[in-house]
Design a protein around this ligand. Structure first.
Ligand code: NAD
Ligand code: UDP
Length: 325
């Protein structure tokens, strides 16, 4: 995938996933405008890109009226802005709903006015605590609309509906990616998610905090694979939604054991209360991405965890020992 300087606006580009998207696009020769309010992201995530002449950073809350936005270039819009960890969106419930609703509408308007392609970073959370397993795109989900996770789940469900409404009513060229749990370098050690918590705890000798029984499952995709999937969807003519994730499913308890083994830590495992409405299992059916995009994950869990652990070891952080949820 090589570009002759085509422009891409990456909203939420200073976050974990967004910064990897910006980096990859620049490597392929695109010019990138990274738009971010830094509410859960960090300028450090893109500091290595600032020397690149094709890169520009704009600090902006995308829920502000579009009339107040600075002039942005006319290329594709990749919308990744949203608090994404359960700890973040529980701390920022209204902001999460607003960025999913108003932020998405503004981003769609921008793409629509420029006749550009729009990609929404949606989530496996639209499936809630799924009654179907594995989850394919045709499953409508099982979401508690008023529980503590609802601010995120419903914001993303609304964002998907709005994206498809722009497509149907205005002919906007759109794509919806349903991203499953992604991990890798540049996750914040304090963001409360499974991998950064366990890795930080293991590296600092603190107990690994397994929530509930630890039998709940997740399917973890290494960030480089997720970025490849997102960009493959963006460059296709698919509308989606399309699941982007790694179908290798494992229990939270099993993951804790893997990380203990890979770090060689003596840290014990401790059990903490489970989160309200915590999905009991989650695994993507990626048949559509495989067949229509020719994409599937390439990096297995151990290799991805090794790279992630190495990154966290170089960016030493204080222990996370308190209950994360
Ligand atoms: P993140 O918190 O690291 O990144 C989100 C970025 O959006 C941050 O830089 C934040 O500052 C920015 N942002 C939030 N609200 C904003 C606003 N109003 N205006 C401008 N910028 C704003 O999270 P992430 O893990 O990188 O997730 C990125 C996207 O991918 C999110 O939309 C998330 O819902 C989606 N997603 C991520 C995963 C995952 O496992 N990482 C899984 C499914 C979906
Ligand atoms: N979890 C855990 N210990 C932690 C952090 C998370 O056992 O320190 C569990 C959490 O309860 C959930 C799973 O790991 O069952 C994944 O949580 P995460 O916050 O990473 O993302 P989610 O998939 O719930 O959005």
């Amino acid at each position: 995938m090589v570009s002759e300087g085509e422009h891409v606006v990456v909203i939420g580009g200073a976050g974990f996933l967004g910064s990897h998207v910006c980096e990859r696009l620049l490597r392929y020769g695109y010019r990138v405008t990274c738009v971010d309010s830094l509410i859960t992201g960090s300028a450090d995530n893109v500091s290595q890109l600032r020397h690149d002449r094709g890169f520009r950073f704009v600090e902006l809350d995308v829920t502000r009226p579009l009339s107040e936005w600075p002039e942005l270039p006319g290329g594709s819009v990749l919308h990744l802005a949203s608090p994404a960890s359960p700890k973040d969106y529980r701390r920022l419930p209204v902001e999460t709903l607003r960025v999913g609703a108003i932020g998405t509408e503004n981003a769609l308007e921008l793409a629509s006015r420029h006749g550009a392609r729009f990609l929404l970073a949606s989530t496996s959370e639209v499936y809630g605590d799924p009654a179907e397993h594995p989850q394919s795109e045709s499953y409508w989900g099982n979401v508690n609309p008023v529980g503590p996770r609802s601010v995120y789940d419903e914001a993303k469900r609304y964002a998907e509906a709005l994206t498809l409404a722009y497509h149907r009513e205005r002919g906007t060229d759109v794509a919806v990616a349903r991203i499953f749990n992604t991990y890798g370098p540049r996750m914040r050690s304090g963001d409360g998610r499974l991998v950064p918590n366990f890795v930080t705890q293991a590296l600092s000798g603190a107990a690994l905090t397994v929530a509930g029984t630890g039998t709940q499952t997740r399917s973890l995709c290494y960030v480089d694979d997720t970025v490849s999937g997102l960009l493959a969807l963006w460059r296709s003519d698919l509308t989606g939604p399309v699941n982007i994730g790694n179908p290798h499913e494992l229990s939270v308890r099993h993951l804790a054991e893997e990380i203990r083994a890979l770090t060689g830590t003596d840290s014990p495992i401790t059990f903490i209360p489970g989160a309200v409405d915590d999905p009991r299992r989650r695994c993507p059916d990626i048949t559509l991405a495989r067949t229509a995009l020719g994409w599937e994950p390439e990096i297995d869990l151990r290799e991805g965890l090794r790279r992630t652990i190495a990154w966290f070891a170089r960016h030493t952080v204080p222990a996370v020992s308190a209950a994360p949820l």
